[in-house]
Design a protein around this ligand. Structure first.
Ligand SMILES: Nc1nc2c(c(=O)[nH]1)N[C@@H](CN(C=O)c1ccc(C(=O)N[C@@H](CCC(=O)O)C(=O)O)cc1)CN2
Length: 298
């Protein structure tokens, strides 16, 4: 293996430490940043992520408001809760954990959240601000990838970046962030022709397809920086009855060719929650006209 392994777990711990210091500064001004997380239903992975978010919020000194609603919650009841959180001055960030049950609509749910408290950066307002160069709250996972890339590469001007995946939560904001860094950006997806050839052009290859180990070493340009956003749980090959997490990249073959690569687990994943805390702090500072923390935004 030749590639540098990008340690997202350690980097995320550093971001959380920085957030903790900044929260102390904000508290000294008499304000405690507050994050409200809404979980509808009992998706097992979501239960775990929401639990991690709650603990991480408390650890950095913020207030955590957790709202767990039954799977059959009506849109009206969900929106009534969001309206209360929008109006609550102790709440600076709101997110609804995805996926939501099938009878609810993610876009309508996001649209109900006050854009100033939309710490997932998914509202039309925040997506538009990001696309037009404004001060957006940026979706947490792409923001985390940007922080890792800046740390790894510094100036990205002129680099060819390929993002595989076009979701609102990840692919589109990631592409916008890379464009802001002056990369030449290609968004590839399931209908892209000769995907392997497109990927081989990338100095920065970001994989968010949701198909385990799809990107193989011969898709990677020698020396490229590979960011693996996929998390698929599959059976463990050596431990019967146990599972393991797989990324969208075949780690061993990609690491033979890449200059640097994020592992799964321990790469991009931990950055998601660290950036959620960073976004909550940013939203709080903006709400109260306080100086914004440096290095925690796009
Ligand atoms: N409203 C949102 N919903 C979802 C988001 C989101 O950003 N906003 N992202 C994902 C889930 N997610 C956070 O919500 C998340 C995913 C993964 C991790 C993480 O730390 N992964 C670890 C492995 C964890 C494990 O063992 O399962 C890693 O990759 O190292 C944190 C948060 C979908 N929903």
């Amino acid at each position: 293996m030749t590639a540098t392994i990008i340690d997202g777990k350690a980097f995320a711990a550093g971001v959380r430490g920085q957030v903790t210091t900044e929260v102390e500064r904000v508290k000294a001004a008499g304000i405690t940043p507050g994050l409200a997380v809404v979980l509808v239903g009992e998706d097992p992975a979501s239960e775990v992520y929401v639990g991690h978010k709650h603990r991480a919020t408390i650890e950095v000194g913020m207030t955590s408001f957790e709202h767990r609603l039954p799977a059959d919650t009506s849109e009206g009841d969900l929106f009534a809760l969001i309206d209360r959180l929008n109006a609550d001055p102790a709440v600076h960030g709101i997110l609804c954990q995805f996926p939501v049950p099938a009878h609810l609509d993610e876009r309508r749910t996001v649209a109900r959240i006050d854009p100033a408290k939309d710490v997932d950066g998914l509202s039309v307002t925040n997506a538009g601000l990001l696309a037009t160069g404004g001060d957006a709250l940026v979706s947490c996972t792409p923001l985390g990838c940007l922080m890792l890339l800046r740390d790894q590469l510094g100036d990205m001007t002129g680099l060819d970046a390929v993002v595989i995946g076009r979701s609102n939560l990840f692919g589109k904001p990631m592409a916008q962030l890379l464009l802001r860094e002056n990369c030449t950006v290609t968004i590839a997806h399931s209908r892209t022709q000769d995907l392997a050839e497109v990927c081989r052009r990338a100095d920065i290859l970001v994989a968010a397809v949701g198909r385990a180990q799809m990107v193989r070493g011969d898709w990677v340009k020698p020396g490229a920086t590979v960011i693996d956003v996929g998390i698929t749980r599959g059976p463990h090959p050596d431990k019967p009855g146990k599972s393991r997490l797989l990324g969208d990249c075949d780690f061993d073959s990609c690491a033979e060719v890449a200059g640097a690569i994020t592992p799964v687990p321990g790469g991009v994943g931990p950055m998601t929650i660290a950036c959620l805390l960073a976004n909550t702090l940013t939203a709080c500072c903006r709400a109260h006209g306080l100086e914004e923390p440096q290095g925690l935004t796009a």
